[in-house]
Design a protein around this ligand. Structure first.
Ligand code: RP5
Length: 173
């Protein structure tokens, strides 16, 4: 069992407002797994299960959790509610929506009044991926293994772009 599969002591919790968010938020889980960060994935709704949302956020710090990633769509209050109840860093991921394309989720998540911050990423899968990478950056501040892993990840990404450039630059159609 690698560290990321240790569900007994999660350092990061990915909370989503609905099971329907899972197919997007799996992008966060993939990153956390790749960096061997112990995580847990939960469905907790600020609207449909407000008591559970409150309990979870209030207890998160004492459970050893370091970062909360909160994904929600439409009138997306989840990240803000979490942030109002804990001093842990909360990263909000706005879900794409069928009615307004995720602009509703984005504004609901990002437009926090001063005093209670939610670090908000892009709408949808890119945001889910980046929420986990931002989490890695936060944890890497006090973890040399993660620092090295994150630098390697960036290096590999650079090499992939250079390889793509070499492949494409002299192509003609
Ligand atoms: C939010 O409402 C969820 O985060 C989800 O993105 C959105 C729609 O939920 P479902 O109606 O698909 O359960 O609370």
């Amino acid at each position: 069992m690698n560290q990321s599969e240790d569900r007994t002591n999660p350092m990061v919790v990915v909370v989503m407002g609905s099971k329907s968010d899972y197919s997007t938020m799996v992008e966060s889980l993939k990153v956390l797994k790749a960096f061997e960060i112990p995580y847990e994935c939960r469905v907790i709704s600020a609207h449909r299960t407000p008591d559970r949302a409150h309990k979870f956020a209030v207890e998160a710090e004492s459970q050893g959790i370091k970062v909360i990633i909160a994904a929600a769509g439409k009138a997306a209050h989840l990240a803000g509610v979490m942030a109002s109840l804990t001093i842990l860093p909360v990263i909000g991921v706005p879900m794409a929506t069928s009615d307004l394309g995720g602009l509703d989720s984005l504004l609901s998540t990002v437009q926090m009044p001063g005093g209670i911050p939610v670090g908000t990423t892009a709408i949808g899968k890119a945001g889910a991926k980046n929420a986990a990478l931002l989490t890695v950056s936060i944890l890497a501040l006090s973890d040399d293994r993660l620092k090295r892993a994150l630098k390697d990840y960036r290096k590999q990404m650079t090499e992939e772009v250079i390889a793509a450039d070499n492949e494409i630059r002299n192509q003609t159609v």
